[in-house]
Design a protein around this ligand. Structure first.
Ligand SMILES: Cc1ncc(COP(=O)(O)O)c(C=O)c1O
Length: 370
């Protein structure tokens, strides 16, 4: 049984290099400290329409944007309820894609997995083969862009191009740990639904999820009576059209932080953030290959989370603890019991740059005596 462990006002600040939450700028944190206002006031319309339209501009998409209180998990459920009548194909290559499949099963859908060994990437030709050979009609192909448990970046652009050959099959992308830090041309690659959580590469506090929805996905949901209420594309977007607000009371302070951070993101641009994240990923990979090895299949390494194979057999948990104690920096062990000590993960997303990643790798070198 879990016992209460009293929260105190006395915790040291730790710099976060975990796969989320990530570091948040001070002015973004401060933006939340405002007297409350009502979610049906004009001020709310100003706030919500600003963050929605700025997000479209940042992502360069003509599709619709929903910003909903909740975490990314919400859109595993909502996209399944909104788009899947019967069959969904979920390629699985790690814990989060597996969880996506599991959510769809719990919702009573007929789920076909296309299973990859952890560390391997999903291949577009396998998706094509499955869509061609299956006697089922798949309502949705659901793919994780960045499998945070293994540090694999799947080629969702090419997969989207394959799914585009099947006009009645919708393409859903979980980009929870990559959108904002890894460029994706949503409109060019038939991405019907793509969603992210604010606490990852957007570098905002947790509590909101962003979902970009194509016109086709919106129309499809209108046909379905069993669609999600809370995450219903139609309900969320129609409310926006009519009132410029959300259908229920949102996490207003986090939306204030969102507004502030999205201005920073617009200034840097989608390309600029992509470039900075690429540089961090390249630096981290090079460092990892000097001392260890990379866990993901070569050529498919994530731009936001490096999963490093512990070829030296260092004490991962002990190193994390000592780096935290001595340097006030936190990185992650491998995912779950299978990869816990076999790998470790460095989140290089959000506000970091190569210099700040180097301070972490220097600290690891010191503590692990590399
Ligand atoms: C790839 C991926 N999908 C989904 C989730 C779930 O997101 P959230 O915790 O915001 O619900 C995570 C969380 O880390 C993730 O990394």
């Amino acid at each position: 049984m879990t016992k209460k462990s009293e929260y105190t006002d006395d915790y040291p600040d730790k710099t976060l290099y975990i796969p989320g939450p990530t570091e948040v700028r001070d002015d973004v944190i401060q933006a939340m400290a405002q007297p409350m206002f009502g979610h049906r006031m004009d001020r709310m319309t100003d706030l919500y329409t600003t963050i929605v339209e700025d997000t479209k501009t940042f992502l360069g998409t003509d599709n619709d944007v929903i910003i909903l209180t909740g975490s990314g998990t919400e859109f595993w459920e909502a996209s399944t309820l909104n788009l899947v009548d019967e069959n969904i194909l979920v390629p699985t290559c790690g814990s989060f894609s597996e969880r996506h499949a599991n959510v769809a099963e719990r919702l009573g859908k007929d789920v076909d997995r296309l299973e990859y060994e952890w560390g391997q990437a999903i291949k577009p030709e396998d998706i094509r083969a499955e869509l061609e050979s299956s006697d089922k009609h798949y309502d949705v192909v659901a793919t994780v862009m960045n499998e945070s448990s293994t540090g694999v970046r799947n080629p969702i652009e090419e997969i989207g191009d394959v799914v585009a050959e099947y006009p009645d099959t919708y393409f859903v992308v979980d980009a929870v740990s990559s959108l904002g830090g890894d460029y994706v041309d949503i409109d060019q690659h038939n991405v019907d639904v793509i969603f992210a959580s604010t606490q990852k590469a957007f570098a905002m506090p947790p509590g909101l999820t962003v979902c970009v929805v194509s016109d086709d996905a919106y129309d499809r949901e209108i046909e379905k009576e069993s669609a999600s209420w809370y995450g219903g594309f139609q309900r969320c977007l129609d409310y926006y059209d009519r009132k410029g607000q959300t259908h229920s009371t949102p996490a207003i302070p986090i939306m204030l932080a969102y507004r502030k951070q999205m201005k920073h993101m617009l200034e840097e641009g989608h390309d600029g953030r992509d470039q900075r994240h690429r540089e961090m990923a390249e630096y981290t990979r090079e460092w990892a290959r000097d001392h260890f090895d990379m866990f993901p299949e070569e050529g498919y390494e994530s731009q936001t989370v490096s999963c490093i194979e512990n070829t030296q057999g260092i004490d991962v948990a002990g190193t994390i603890e000592e780096v935290s104690e001595k340097y006030d920096m936190v990185f992650s062990n491998g995912y779950g019991s299978a990869l816990g000590e076999e790998t470790f993960r460095i989140g290089h997303m959000g506000e970091h740059d190569v210099e700040s990643i180097r301070t972490l790798t220097d600290a690891i070198e010191d503590v692990a005596d590399l």
